[in-house]
Design a binder for this molecule. Structure first.
Ligand code: GDP
Ligand code: IMO
Ligand code: MG
Length: 451
């Protein structure tokens, strides 16, 4: 009954997609358990790049079952787009299963997320604007629409009406705000592009059209809708390996991340149980995925951020632009205080360190080993108080860098000594073995150390 969780150890985009695709070799089922199409997971196989937002990163293994669990929020339009793209690329989605209990991101969730981000005076989180927060909020308010509702027109209509009712005011304000913005920009409000709120009521909010669209989505998705918790139980009870693939990451966790600069779900390993419907003792292994440095997209504290030439070189060498929104990722040194926090929160037993190749030629490497508060106190642990974290400065250990390109290394022994020492330092500091090392985006560009 091995249940293996793959979790992001930093602020996302650590390369979870690539590692999931690799570890999927030994699994029969791969399950996404939280998040939605805010995620962007990239897999490179034989030079061909695949990008997934909702579909589990095991999908390239056509014999394995890929599950979108109950904890995921699903934008059906996006999901169907991904299914179509895969089919066009000749990849089978016959084994894709979607939990009937997963919640749907509706058009009004996307509009409200976009509005929340642009509202003047409101703290901007820098969300992906995909409707994630408003959808999870409706789930908690018990106003959510679930995948199973797509199969019953009457229920769907009643639920959408109920969900829209308390949002009328906000959606009206949004329309007014947009019209004002366009007027100020000297644009003709009536000549608004299709789907915009500028020229009148937003066509995306029309109840009848929304119901009709979603019934059509339901027809297309029906063959994939299932009781996915039971699928997991059956596999685990048959002693098959099930991989629970996390999206986002530990420091974006709604409870344990840098709130409010977080996502609206729980990406940590413990959440795999709730988001897939299995028990805590079904989880037998936890893999943390961390980059050899650190990145973050969107707003929020990032103690080791580099706003200098070295940071710029990390962006260039690592192609640090978001898979989902194309935004430039903020870059900085590896933060071992934060990593040790992530290790404990998730009780990781193995680490995969990705993008080690990006560090070659950067000169001496730095790793944060403690923080100092603005009052001068030494902080060995990740501070629980946000005000302290926001003003904390990292203190670094400097380690020798390496100049050699390492993209062709396939064994640990092929790596330059300085790169091996760097990995050993990280592993010793957080007391977790590093079992996979990424030396390039392609799945072959991986060093397995007892994995
Ligand atoms: P995820 O969200 O955690 O799945 O990560 P993303 O796919 O958003 O971002 C990781 C990026 O780094 C992708 O473009 C990957 O192709 C790439 N990548 C993954 N591992 C490595 C690696 O070891 N080296 C390099 N250079 N790129 C990598
Ligand atoms: P993957 O799975 C990196 C960030 C957003 C924003 C915050 C909240 O590819 O690692 P949201 O749209 O979730 O309400 O945005 O979370 N964020 C991510 N950053 N990788 C991701 O996913 C992310 N998903 C959300 O940039 O700061
Ligand atoms: Mg990503």
């Amino acid at each position: 009954m091995p249940g293996v969780v793959i979790v992001g150890a930093q602020w996302g985009d650590e390369g979870k997609g690539k590692i999931t695709d690799l570890l999927a070799e030994r699994a029969t089922m791969i399950v996404r358990f939280q998040g939605g199409n805010n995620a962007g997971h990239t897999i490179v196989r034989e030079g061909k790049e695949y990008k997934f937002h909702l579909i589990p990163s095991g999908i390239l293994h056509s014999q394995k079952t890929c599950v979108i669990g109950n904890g995921v929020v699903v934008d059906p339009r996006v999901l169907l787009g991904e299914i179509d793209n895969l089919k066009r690329a000749g990849i089978s989605v016959a084994n894709l299963r979607i939990s009937a209990n997963a919640h749907l991101i509706m058009p009004y969730h996307v509009l409200l997320d976009q509005a929340g981000e642009t509202k003047l005076g409101k703290l901007s989180i820098g969300t992906t604007r995909r409707g994630i927060g408003p959808c999870y909020a409706d789930k908690a308010l018990r106003l959510g629409i679930r995948v199973q509702d797509l199969l019953d027109e009457k229920i769907l209509r009643t639920k959408i009406r109920a969900a829209l009712e308390p949002k009328q005011q906000a959606l009206r304000e949004l329309g007014v705000q947009r019209r004002k913005q366009r007027k100020e920009a000297g644009e003709d409000a009536k000549a608004a592009p299709e789907g915009s709120t500028a020229g009148g009521p937003d066509p995306r909010l029309d109840l009848h059209a929304m119901v009709e669209d979603h019934i059509n989505f339901g027809h297309r998705l029906e063959p994939h809708i299932a009781d996915t918790a039971k699928l997991c139980w059956d596999a685990l009870d048959d002693d098959e390996t099930v991989i629970f693939e996390g999206a986002q990451a530990t420091l974006l966790d709604l409870d344990h991340g840098t709130y409010p600069f977080v996502t609206s779900s729980n990406p940590i390993a413990g959440a795999a149980t709730v988001g897939a419907g299995v028990g805590p003792t079904d989880i037998t292994e936890v893999w943390g995925i961390a980059k050899a440095y650190a990145t973050r997209v969107g707003a929020g504290p990032f103690p080791t951020e580099l706003e200098d030439e070295t940071g710029e070189r990390m962006v260039e060498r690592g192609h640090e632009f978001g898979t989902t929104t194309g935004r430039r990722r903020r870059c900085g040194w590896m933060d071992l205080v934060a990593l040790r926090y992530a290790v404990r929160l998730n009780r990781m037993d193995s680490l995969a360190i990705t993008k080690l190749d990006v560090l070659s030629g950067l000169g001496p490497l730095r790793v944060a080993v403690r923080y100092r508060s603005k009052e001068g106190a030494v902080l060995d642990s990740f501070p629980y108080h946000q005000s302290i974290l926001h003003s904390a400065t990292p203190e670094y250990e400097e380690l020798p860098g390496f100049e050699e390109e390492i993209g062709d290394c396939r064994e640990e022994a092929d790596l330059p000594q300085a790169a091996r020492d760097y990995l050993a330092y990280i592993s010793d500091f957080v007391k977790v073995p590093i079992r996979l090392v990424g030396v390039g985006p392609d799945r072959e560009q991986t060093i397995r150390i007892d994995a």
